[in-house]
Ligand binder design. Structure first.
Ligand SMILES: Nc1ncnc2c1ncn2[C@@H]1O[C@H](COP(=O)(O)OP(=O)(O)OP(=O)(O)O)[C@@H](O)[C@H]1O
Length: 312
């Protein structure tokens, strides 16, 4: 379990993590989401004791990470896959880490097999592709058989096969009862992997929710209606509103009008249109994707918005 309590980090007068509190529980995969620059890496570095908080506390498995007798046995972390001595072979890199943490050498071969790098054990890490470097970083994280795993953007730059592999591995590790925290700035990557989501923006907590609740509360649906004839939009909107719908009408010129209708199904709208004798050119249900819901939720906290609204 990771418990973050009122964690705050300032650089000069810039507050990059702002009174952040959340708990990461064992047995599930928790996604740590936020736009670029929202403070995810800084939070993870504080969890690992690599950065000191300005205020607030964090505990991992009941104590501050730096107080753990053998840190690698408590938390396995991957913060930067390329932070490896490129001249060492994969196996030697892991042997060195194992040795300096009092972990038996046989664990090295186990984790190399676990991440599918057995065949590349004697290749220099400097020659590895990004995907292989990620695997080596994950092997290092697994070395101490830790109860907590924390990976910063683990699928960044990976191909679909690599993403699927990480997803499967993380779910297996969580199913073994471990605490798994993965960060990403993309909802699409988390939607299929995480059971729970912690969303931050500008260093503040925006959501702490199960993925199913997130889907239920954030992804609403509407129906797009196109009338066949211009001028019919308002004529149809009246009876739709009377039936309880919320309707936005846009006059689309010569090609009929466009209505966005919520709170009624396509079938209900179709029946009302028939009853009113209004011909339709289109009737299509739309679902807000999780990605759209996430972007909407974090829109105001994007540090460098392309629209210039969210300026830092
Ligand atoms: N050592 C530092 N000195 C000053 N500012 C810093 C330092 N480290 C991070 N920051 C700032 O803190 C903010 C949060 O950065 P952080 O890397 O934690 O965000 P992030 O959510 O991990 O982003 P990304 O998805 O881009 O990795 C950014 O504005 C960054 O510029």
């Amino acid at each position: 379990m990771i418990v973050v309590d009122q964690l705050t980090k300032s650089y000069g007068d810039k507050v990059v993590v702002d009174h952040l509190s959340f708990t990461v529980r064992p047995g599930v995969v928790t996604g740590f989401l936020g736009p670029n620059g929202s403070g995810k890496s800084t939070t993870m570095r504080m969890i690992l004791g690599l950065d000191a908080p300005t205020s607030g506390t964090v505990t991992v498995a009941g104590r501050a990470y730096v107080d753990a007798p053998v840190p690698m046995r408590t938390v396995g972390a991957l913060l930067d896959a390329k932070a490896v001595h490129g001249g060492r072979t994969a196996r030697n890199h892991l042997l060195w880490l194992a040795h300096s943490n009092g972990i038996p050498a046989r664990r090295v071969d186990e984790v190399l097999a676990d991440v599918g790098l057995k065949g590349a054990a004697h290749r220099r890490a400097g020659t590895f592709s990004l995907g292989m470097s990620q695997r080596l970083g994950i092997a290092a994280a697994l070395l101490g058989d830790p109860e907590v795993l924390m990976l910063d953007e683990p699928v960044n730059g990976l191909d679909p096969e690599g993403i699927l592999w990480i997803r499967t591995l993380m779910r297996r590790l969580a199913a073994e009862g471990r605490t798994v925290l993965l960060s990403s700035h993309l909802m699409s990557e988390m939607a299929l992997t995480a059971d729970h989501l912690i969303v931050i923006g500008r260093g503040r907590l925006i959501a702490d929710t199960g993925i199913e609740d997130f889907v239920r509360t954030q992804s609403d649906s509407s129906v797009l209606v196109h009338t066949a004839e211009a001028g019919d939009g308002e004529r149809l909107a009246g009876p739709l509103r009377a039936a309880g719908a919320e309707v936005a009408v846009e006059e689309a010129g010569g090609d009929g009008d466009r209505l966005v209708v919520t709170d009624l199904t396509g079938a209900q709208i179709g029946r009302i249109a028939v009853a009113e004798g209004i011909p339709l050119a289109e009737l299509s249900p739309r679902h807000t994707s999780l990605e759209e819901a996430y972007l909407r939720m974090t829109r105001d906290s994007v540090e460098y918005s392309v629209h210039g609204e969210g300026g830092a």
